[in-house]
Design a protein around this ligand. Structure first.
Ligand SMILES: [Zn+2]
Length: 392
């Protein structure tokens, strides 16, 4: 299936632009017309992180005339392993501003529009309306469904990518010509089932592999060349070094783009995806302590058993003094429960409080009613108590 170009050509290229884009211009499929279409194109990149970095840099270099960036975060040292649009001197800066400066350095002819805000139900339609195509560089399910739904409601193509450890996926969702993200994933995975890159890690260069597929697809759609990745899911395995693709069909029962849609406007995406499971939420209620409270317990020599439920590799990076490592799965599948002391208060922690809340639910169900967890995890501990230690 080939599709007509998404964008009309700009009136002309300047002499400087002709020089800059000459390697594009001499490709017959792109040519002057294709490059003029790129010049006239308005592309929005949601996020200037792992996928957003290569996406923005190559879209800029390719001569996409207007690039929008939605980003509210600041550059952290732990971003630099993969978010190559930012550098050492950008640490602590606004990610959006840092990305904008890099884009202008790569190509001063690009008009950058910065949306320095978190994408939400109140702003998404207005922001998206100004663009021809949306490139998604988000790393959480709530935002992905929000981006998908807004793109479908506005009839815009949505170039999606996702990365985790050594695995990546990419596709183009465009309800007018094929499936949407909900056709592929009708429901968000249960909270805690699919770890984020912050929890599970990601090979930095994987961002380039998937980000470059996204940019390639964006350029093809804008210029109307080649076979778009509509209705196909590209799956990349970096360890095996193979790409395979599976067909994705439009689901006639899709809640959003199906024959009898039940979702006809934006919904509550946090609730739809659930930040943490209901059981974990319930367990954590009234049983969540701060890093400072933990510090006091330790300083007062209170009889507690402090358990770190992360993975050994994470424990090696940074840990709270006195914590015993018992990974979450040993509570879910193993015999960790039998090893719990009865004479001491159990205090759990993980990286940011998601996994520890899940284990807390297991402990409470087993009768350890006074167990608590550190809501902000080891990250909160380092920030508030031991700031000289690294976070990841
Ligand atoms: Zn759909």
């Amino acid at each position: 299936m080939s599709l007509p170009p998404l964008v009309e050509p700009a009136a002309e290229l300047t002499v400087d632009e002709v020089r800059r884009y000459s390697r594009h211009l001499i490709i017959p499929d792109v040519g002057m017309a294709g490059q003029k279409r790129l010049k006239n194109a308005k592309v929005l990149c949601v996020g200037a992180g792992g996928l957003g970095s290569p996406a923005l840099m190559y879209l800029a270099a390719a001569g996409v005339g207007t690039l929008g960036i939605v980003e509210f975060d600041t550059v952290d040292e732990s971003n630099l392993q993969r978010q190559i649009i930012h550098g050492q001197s950008d640490i602590g800066r606004s990610k959006g501003e840092s990305a904008r400066d890099s884009v202008q350095e790569i190509n001063p002819y690009v008009n950058v529009i910065l949306h320095d805000e978190r994408l939400d139900n109140d702003n998404v339609m207005e922001i998206f309306a100004g663009y021809d195509l949306i490139v998604d560089g988000t790393d959480n399910f709530a935002t992905r469904y929000l981006v998908n739904d807004a793109a479908v409601l506005l009839g815009k193509p949505y170039v999606w990518g996702s990365i985790y450890r050594f695995d990546g996926q990419a596709s183009v969702f465009w309800a007018e010509h094929g499936p949407c993200y909900r056709c592929l994933y009708p429901e968000a995975p249960p909270p805690g089932m699919v770890p984020s890159c912050a929890e599970g890690g990601v090979l930095g260069v994987l961002c380039a592999s998937i980000g470059s597929i996204q940019v390639t697809e964006a350029i093809k759609l804008l210029a109307g060349i080649g076979e778009p990745l509509v209705g196909r899911l590209m799956i990349y395995d970096a360890l095996e070094m193979n790409y395979r693709q599976v067909k994705v069909r439009k689901d006639p029962d899709c809640a959003l783009c199906g024959e009898n849609p039940t979702v006809t406007g934006l919904i509550d995406y946090e609730a739809f995806c659930g930040a943490i499971s209901e059981e974990a939420q319930e367990a954590a209620m009234g049983s969540t302590i701060t890093p400072r409270a933990l510090k006091e317990m330790l300083d007062n020599d209170e009889k507690i058993f402090l358990i770190d439920v992360r993975e050994p590799g994470e424990y090696e990076i940074v840990n709270i003094p006195g914590a015993t490592l018992i990974p979450k799965n040993e509570f879910l599948m193993g015999d960790a429960l039998e090893r719990m002391p009865q004479d001491r208060k159990i205090v759990l922690h993980c990286k940011t409080g998601v996994r520890s809340a899940e284990v807390l639910a297991v402990l409470k169900a087993a009768g350890f009613s006074d167990a608590v967890h550190v809501g902000s995890g080891v990250v909160g501990w380092v920030n508030q108590i031991e700031p000289h230690k690294p976070v990841y």
